[in-house]
Design a protein around this ligand. Structure first.
Ligand code: SF4
Ligand code: ZN
Length: 287
């Protein structure tokens, strides 16, 4: 297959009806990210953005797009203390920071008294999610950032949607908006890649040879829903992106009744007397 410019194609999409080479694809990718960011009012030009990068392909693609779109941003990485995996992730984000010439901020979970390796095996991903949400919010607020950007893809959002629907947590769907404005001590959250697929992100980082790690976290669970989502897409092209855009519309109609107070230990927003992060510190912390 050939690109419209005549070079050998690296990307073909029936959804967008395009066939592109390694030189034309990055421009196309940046253009579709920019279009969604504008259409869904995900980021504002005046904002200081804290772009969360894990070291993987999706957040690497997000940082590249933000740079090309000329947003004001810095990178933020949490060292979770998961042995070789965390070392590789840190190495990749350091290279990315150098490549993009964007400042990198690193926070070590160990500095809060524990690492993900200390957590009970059955609760590891939920603890990891709690720690990431807490640390990105606190770091952004204390350092004057207006909005946090995370690289959730359409597969992540559909996955979260299905799981919450099946367990009856309908109100949680309101968290799936491409942008959630600030509230109390919570900094605004944004998902600039909410309608991008993992394949689109992977094609970008591979064609440009951007620094990322393909090592998977040793705690990553086998996710059957992601496989189902991919199966549906194979049978019905465009399913994922059409579905995620409908989720974004639906999320506007659902209100999460914030019944929030403040943690009596750290003072951050919490729906119980002690927030989930402080509970982790109390349980696993070493002094
Ligand atoms: Fe954290 Fe690894 Fe679980 Fe992802 S798979 S949430 S990085 S522990
Ligand atoms: Zn707390």
């Amino acid at each position: 297959m050939r690109c419209r410019c005549g070079r050998r194609a690296v990307f073909h999409s029936k959804v967008y009806k395009v066939t592109l080479c390694d030189e034309c694809y990055p421009n196309f990718y940046v253009e579709i990210v920019g279009r969604s960011v504008k259409r869904y009012k995900i980021l504002r030009r005046s904002e200081r953005i804290l772009a969360c990068v894990s070291g993987g392909k999706d957040s690497c693609a997000m940082a590249y797009a933000l740079k090309r779109l000329e947003y004001k941003f810095e990178l933020f990485h949490i060292d979770l203390g998961i042995g070789r995996y965390s070392r590789e992730c840190l190495r990749s984000v350091e290279e990315l920071s150098e490549f993009l010439d964007v400042n990198l901020n690193v926070v070590r979970l160990e500095d809060y008294g524990f690492t993900i390796e200390d957590v009970d095996r059955r609760k590891v991903c939920s603890a990891c999610g709690t720690a990431k949400r807490y640390l990105m919010n606190v770091f952004a607020r204390l350092n004057g950032f207006d909005v946090v950007a995370t690289a959730h893809t359409c597969e992540d959002i559909i996955n979260f949607f299905i799981k919450n629907m099946l367990s009856g947590n309908v109100e949680y769907i309101s968290k799936l908006k491409p942008r959630i404005d600030s509230f109390d001590k919570l900094v605004a959250k944004s998902k600039p890649l909410f309608d991008r697929t993992e394949k689109e992100n992977a094609t970008l980082v591979l064609t440009l040879n951007l620094p990322f790690t393909s090592i998977e976290c040793p705690h990553a669970p086998h996710d059957v829903w992601k496989e189902i989502i991919y199966d549906v897409e194979l049978r019905k092209k465009g399913f994922k992106q059409n579905f995620v855009r409908s989720i974004a519309k639906l999320a506007n109609f659902i209100r999460l009744d914030w019944n929030l107070g403040h943690c009596k230990i750290c003072g951050e927003v919490s729906n119980s007397e002690v927030c989930s992060f402080c509970k982790l510190r109390l349980r696993y912390g070493k002094g």
